[in-house]
Design a binder for this molecule. Structure first.
Ligand code: NDP
Length: 286
């Protein structure tokens, strides 16, 4: 007999479709690096089974799970606790368990903010333009508002989604926001400090870049990308050519994973190991 533990701590990723989500690569690399007996299991969960899957988190005494498309909004009604920001965004991407109770958090926007802090980008009182009004845009702008950004312009094709995000920011956060419909090349106002692509334009294999007037990008602007593959998107290349500081979506992705990792394991994530593992998996230059 030995007192060796043959049981692993379990983390999930619930989504559908989910087969092509590579988060397992960065998580397993991190567990291995820290010698943690954890397993990250990419799990197909159909929408009609979400409630049962959340109950299973408790039944299996799991440490938590990532939540992805299409469950990020629907999952809120199954949780015991929801963080203030996840509640504001109306979306959860990470669940962790404490004393058998489920806690919902959204680390997408927090990962983005970490990238801004890491690169010493000033946020207090600054003006931002966000292209897009989907889940990523909601997560990023709510965190920007919390970090003190003073004014946010939401630029989106779909009026309903764009107006809903501007209303959320105006009514539920300390920042001021306006919605602008996106039906022609958008000119970035010269007083803008932070420009963000929160659309899926440019995500592999799409070679396009957001429809803005690139001559309006000025060197004092910090230009941020949500797309993580490729790392250096056409949007970022244009911005760098205009002399702007640029932040890629790959760092945001790794940072959000690192925050979730800490919630599940209590350990600081080995960020470099995670970055290298994903870059190697996708043959990316970082
Ligand atoms: P959603 O589907 O919720 O939103 C997509 C947004 O992109 C909408 O605002 C949509 O506009 C806009 N959009 C898509 N195509 C076009 C187009 N051709 N022209 C103009 N607008 C367009 O997706 P998410 O917000 O969840 O994800 C957006 C991107 O962010 C993805 O690439 C995703 O991979 C990335 N992401 C990155 C993360 C990271 O950690 N790096 C984390 C989360 C997301 P409309 O409303 O008009 O349809």
């Amino acid at each position: 007999m030995s007192d060796k533990c043959y049981r692993s701590e379990l983390i999930g990723l619930f989504g559908y479709p989910v087969d092509e989500n590579a988060t397992v690569v960065i998580m397993e690399a991190a567990f291995k690096e820290l010698g943690l007996n954890y397993r990250y299991n990419t799990t197909k969960v159909y929408p009609e089974d979400l409630g049962t899957a959340i109950a299973a988190l408790k039944a299996f005494n799991m440490k938590g799970t990532h939540i992805t498309v299409p469950h990020k909004v629907e999952v809120l009604k199954y949780l015991d606790h929801i963080s203030e920001t996840a509640g504001l965004m109306g979306a959860v991407n990470t669940i962790y368990l404490v004393d058998g109770e489920t806690y919902g958090e959204n680390t997408d926007g927090k990962g983005f903010i970490t990238s801004l802090y890491d690169n010493e980008v000033k946020m207090k009182g600054q003006r931002a333009v966000v292209l897009g009004a989907g889940g990523a845009a909601r997560a990023m702008t709510v965190e920007l508002a919390k970090a003190g950004v003073g004014y946010i312009t939401v630029v989106n094709r779909n009026r309903e989604r764009g107006e809903a995000l501007a209303d959320l920011l105006n009514n539920k956060t300390p920042t001021s926001a306006q919605y602008v419909i996106w039906n022609k090349p958008f000119c970035i106002p010269a007083e803008t400090n932070i420009v963000i692509n929160a659309t899926s334009i440019g995500m592999y294999p799409d070679p396009n870049k957001p429809d803005i007037d690139y001559s309006t990008l000025l060197p004092h602007m910090t230009v941020c990308e949500g797309v993580h593959n490729p790392v250096n998107t056409p949007f970022l290349k244009e911005a760098a050519a205009k002399g702007c500081k640029t932040l890629d979506g790959f760092s945001m992705l790794i940072n959000q994973g690192a925050i979730s990792f800490k919630l599940w394991t209590g350990h600081d994530a080995p960020i470099d190991v995670m970055r290298n593992a994903l870059a190697q998996e996708f043959d990316l230059e970082i």
